[in-house]
Design a protein around this ligand. Structure first.
Ligand code: DAL
Ligand code: ZN
Length: 248
């Protein structure tokens, strides 16, 4: 035993130092490399997941110009994010009242058809700049002593109004001005005519009763969806509406 022990010690002593420690170092190195690769892998996955999220969210882009959303989800107090129409795309319908040129053409055709049926549509509101929307949202809110969540049921926060796209219009009945911006507009001949015919001119009621955005019912507010650009703006709104309708 002693001899064997001596022999082993002797043999050990005879193995060059480098050779005696290298298998241990190699094992440690392999373990170290494995841990390093694992850490790099986990860090990469985390980066892709967390940093990639905003890019995935950009699929929700509804600006039609490739711009991003104002918030991670593209939604604020129930309203969706919309960029402002380009000045060059806006045309004046009445002094102080502008809409996107495509909205204007379709509105003109629709109004003429309505008139032929004895219905006189009035354009109450069209394009609103984000700055104007800011005044409406914040100043009216203060006057009415309403908190943002209450105000948002009837008015979109700046950057979140369909009116900023130039595609949204508020309509009234020339013979029932008492119903302007009122739910009672739904009792007018104009509203009944719109319900029956607006789709022919690519106008859609944005905020029907029980809409997914939980915005108050607005029978007067219609949006134009008759071009690919307009449809792109309202893609998220239409997608969410479809999801809600399918779940009913
Ligand atoms: N009244 C609608 C919700 C708007 O302000 O855009
Ligand atoms: Zn409106």
């Amino acid at each position: 035993m002693a001899r064997a022990g001596n022999a082993r010690r002797k043999n050990d002593d005879e193995i060059p130092l480098a050779m005696r420690i290298s298998p241990r170092i190699r094992a440690q190195s392999r373990f170290f490399i494995f841990i390093l690769v694992l850490i790099i892998f986990l860090v990469s996955i985390s980066f892709v997941f967390f940093l990639g999220a905003p890019f995935w969210d950009s699929k929700l882009d509804i600006s039609g110009k490739g711009g991003g959303l104002s918030s991670g989800t593209g939604q604020l107090l129930g309203h969706l994010s919309y960029s402002e129409a380009a000045e060059a795309d806006l045309v004046t319908v009445y002094p102080g009242l502008r809409v996107h040129r495509d909205t204007s053409s379709a509105l003109s055709l629709m109004s003429s058809a309505a008139l032929r049926d004895g219905v006189d549509l009035v354009l109450l509101s069209g394009f609103r700049s984000i700055a104007l929307q800011k005044e409406i949202f914040y100043e009216n809110k203060s006057i009415r002593n309403q908190i943002a969540i209450e105000r948002a049921r009837v008015s979109a926060p700046p950057g979140y109004s369909e009116h900023s796209t130039g595609y949204a219009i508020d309509l009234g009945d020339a013979n029932r001005r008492d119903t302007d911006f009122e739910v009672s507009f739904e009792t007018t001949k104009a509203f009944r005519w719109l319900q029956k015919n607006a789709a022919k001119y690519h106008f859609v009621l944005s905020f029907p009763k029980g809409n997914f955005q939980k915005v108050s019912y607005e029978p007067w507010h219609w949006r134009f969806e008759g071009t690919v650009d307009a449809l792109r703006k309202f893609e998220v709104a239409n997608e969410r509406r479809r999801v809600k309708e399918n779940s009913n």
